[in-house]
Design a protein around this ligand. Structure first.
Ligand SMILES: [Zn+2]
Length: 156
């Protein structure tokens, strides 16, 4: 048995006000578990993206999340869950006026290939991008694969 307080798990850099990865703390072997708090404009992910292998489920405890999906925009309110199978693009963002608290579950642990798409001002369109460490590990950035422009930067 593993028993931890969510508040005791260290935050990591994500495009979210708070993200605490619980997977290692509880020692799950086939399930990824991440705790999120999103302020206005924050997101669960750096980009509109797809997982080759991992399926995802989001439980929204408070606030409302707007998911961009292949089927259009989907609002997920407090008390609701949404599931994405592997192979489907998605990105959840807080576009509401209330802080979002949510839990993300993914299985199995590995993502497989994970194409990430973000708007690149230099290219003038949404392009494939990668995530890199920057500022000696103090920041994470997204970089356009097509032209090398930095399109986003986040710190704790
Ligand atoms: Zn570009």
């Amino acid at each position: 048995m593993e028993h931890v307080g969510v508040e005791d798990v260290n935050r990591v850099i994500q495009p979210a006000a708070v993200m605490r990865p619980l997977t290692e703390s509880v020692g799950t072997t086939d399930l990824a578990i991440n705790y999120y708090e999103l302020e206005l404009g924050d997101s669960f992910a750096y980009a509109y993206h797809v997982h080759e292998i991992q399926e995802d489920l989001f439980y929204v405890q408070s606030g409302t999340v707007t998911f961009e999906t292949e089927a259009g925009s989907v609002l997920v309110a407090a008390g609701e869950v949404i599931r994405f199978p592997p192979g489907k693009y998605r990105r959840g963002t807080n576009e509401g006026d209330e802080r979002v608290i949510a839990l993300a579950l993914g299985a199995p642990l590995e993502y497989g290939d994970q194409e990430k798409l973000r708007e690149c001002d230099t290219c003038g369109e949404r392009t494939p991008q990668r995530i890199e460490s920057a500022a000696g590990g103090e920041a994470r950035i997204t970089v356009c694969d097509d032209c090398g422009t930095e399109t986003g930067r986040w710190t704790l």
